[in-house]
Design a protein around this ligand. Structure first.
Ligand SMILES: NC(=O)c1ccc[n+]([C@@H]2O[C@H](COP(=O)([O-])OP(=O)(O)OC[C@H]3O[C@@H](n4cnc5c(N)ncnc54)[C@H](OP(=O)(O)O)[C@@H]3O)[C@@H](O)[C@H]2O)c1
Length: 377
C-alpha cells in the first residue's frame, strides 16, 4: 500500500502518509533520519522480494511486496543491484541436500517448509549503500559493495540490511555490479579449497567441474598460483575454460580422468557426487585431494588417511568467509587477474525462469539476477 513512498520527503507528509501504518515512535525515527547521512537515497517503505515458502520446483518461488526496515545503529542498508542463482540456491530450494547435512540443514531452514525468517533466498549480491546506522563508521551512503548474503536472509530483494561487515567489501572498481555479485560463492570457495590444497607453482592441478561458479574461479586462481591446470567439464564449456587459461581440458562424458593414466599433485573436485577412493589413484605420492561437495565417504577417507599416515591427503568441509579473503579477491579483480564468466542474466521478476535454467545443470559460470528499482525509472 505504501510502496514507493520515498524518503527524504517533507516531514509533515511523512507523518500523514505513515501515521496510520507505523507507530508514532517509528515515524519519528524515520523522520529524524531524513536530513542525516543519506543525501540522495530514495528509500521506499516496502519492496519487491522473492520468497520460497515451500521446498520444491522453481514455481514455488513467489514475488511479493514486503516491508523494508531501516538500518539499526550498527547496520547499513544496501540497495541490491545484482544477485546470482547458484547450484547451491537450487539445491536448497528443492532440498536436495547431501545425507550428511540433511537433518542439520532441515533443522536450520525448517523441517517441513522454510521458516519465515529463511524464505528469502540468494546467497551473493552487489549493490550500493544508501543508509547507515549511527554507529557505522566504515561505510557511507554511495559506497558500492559486494557481499555474501549467507543462507536465509537472502539477496533476491531490492534492499537488505546487514551488520555482518566481514561478509561485505567495496566493489572492485573495474567490475560491474553483475560481475561483482559472482565473486563471493565462486571466488571464496575456490580460494579456500586451493589454499587448503597448498598449491605450489609448477604443480599440476586438476579441477573437476571446472565450468561452474566455483570452477571458473578455481581455474583462474590456480593459474595465478602458478599451477599447470587441467579442467574437466562437459564439451560445450571446454573452449571457455581454455580461454580462462586451462592448459588441458577433459570432456568428462568422453574420458574418465581417474582412468587416463595421468597423475596430479592436486585434485580440486567441485562435483564430488560419485566419490570413491578411486579418485586417489590419479594423485601423485604426496598429492592432495580437496572436495568442495563433502560426502560421508569423503570425510571417512579423510580421517583414515590422516590417522594411518597416508602420503595422499583428502580434505573437505565448508568454506567460510573473512574480510581478508574478500580483500584478496577484490585486489585480484582490480589487478585484472580474473574475470567472471556470465552465462545469462534475468530480471528479478523472472527468477523462476533463472532457477529453471540452473536446474538443468547446463549453465556455464554464473547466472545473474538484475534488480531494477521502480523509482529510478
Ligand atoms: N563446500 C562449500 O562450502 C560449498 C559452497 C558452495 C557450493 N558448494 C557445492 O559445490 C557444488 C558445485 O558448486 P558450483 O556452484 O560450482 O556448481 P555449478 O556452477 O553447477 O558447477 C558444477 C559444474 O560441474 C559440471 N559437472 C557436472 N557433473 C560433472 C561430472 N560428473 N564431472 C565433471 N563435471 C561435472 C557441471 O557441468 P554440466 O552439468 O554441464 O556437465 C558444472 O559446470 C554444489 O553442489 C554446491 O552445493 C559447496
Amino acid at each position: 500500500m505504501f510502496n514507493h513512498l520515498y524518503l527524504p520527503s517533507v516531514k509533515g507528509d511523512l507523518y500523514l502518509a505513515l501515521g496510520s501504518f507505523f507507530s508514532e515512535a517509528e515515524v519519528e525515527r524515520r523522520a529524524a533520519r531524513l536530513p542525516t547521512k543519506s543525501s540522495k537515497s530514495m528509500i521506499p517503505t516496502s519492496m519487491k522480494a522473492i520468497l520460497c515458502p515451500r521446498y520444491g520446483p522453481p514455481d514455488v518461488l513467489e514475488l511479493r511486496n514486503v516491508p523494508l526496515s531501516m538500518p539499526k545503529e550498527k547496520e547499513v542498508l544496501i540497495k541490491v543491484r545484482a544477485a546470482t542463482v547458484t547450484a547451491g540456491d537450487c539445491e536448497l530450494r528443492r532440498f536436495q541436500i547431501t545425507p550428511l547435512f540433511w537433518l542439520p540443514v532441515r533443522l536450520i531452514f525448517g523441517l517441513f517448509k522454510p521458516k519465515k525468517s529463511m524464505q528469502i533466498m540468494g546467497q551473493e549480491f552487489a549493490g550500493e549503500i544508501v543508509e547507515v546506522g549511527d554507529e557505522v563508521t566504515q561505510y557511507k551512503p554511495g559506497d558500492k559493495v559486494f557481499g555474501m548474503a549467507g543462507l536465509g536472509a537472502g539477496a533476491y530483494v531490492e534492499f537488505r540490511t546487514t551488520d555482518r561487515f566481514k561478509t561485505v567489501a567495496k566493489k572492485p572498481e573495474n567490475m560491474s555490479y553483475a560481475e561483482a555479485a559472482t565473486i563471493p560463492t565462486g571466488g571464496l570457495n575456490a580460494l579456500h579449497f586451493l589454499r587448503m590444497a597448498q598449491v605450489q607453482p609448477g604443480e599440476h592441478v586438476l579441477i573437476n567441474g571446472a565450468g561452474g561458479s566455483i570452477g571458473t574461479y578455481g581455474v583462474q586462481l590456480a593459474k595465478h598460483f602458478g599451477a599447470e591446470v587441467t579442467a574437466v567439464d562437459s564439451a560445450d564449456k571446454l573452449g571457455m575454460l581454455e580461454g580462462l587459461g586451462a592448459d588441458h581440458v577433459i570432456d568428462y562424458q568422453q574420458q574418465d580422468y581417474r582412468r587416463n593414466g595421468q597423475q596430479y599433485d592436486v585434485i580440486f573436485d567441485v562435483v564430488g557426487q560419485d566419490w570413491s577412493s578411486a579418485q586417489l589413484s590419479s594423485l601423485k605420492v604426496g598429492g592432495r585431494y580437496v572436495g568442495a561437495n563433502p560426502t560421508f565417504s569423503m570425510l571417512m577417507r579423510s580421517l583414515w588417511n590422516r590417522l594411518s599416515g597416508q602420503k595422499k591427503t583428502v580434505r573437505t568441509g565448508l568454506a567460510g568467509e573473512t574480510v581478508k579473503d574478500f580483500e584478496t579477491l577484490r585486489r585480484l579483480a582490480e589487478d585484472g587477474l580474473f574475470k567472471p564468466v556470465i552465462d545469462r542474466e534475468y530480471p528479478l521478476e523472472e527468477l523462476v525462469e533463472a532457477h529453471r535454467y540452473v536446474d538443468t545443470g547446463r549453465k556455464s559460470g554464473h547466472v545473474i539476477i538484475n534488480i531494477s528499482h521502480a523509482h529510478e525509472k
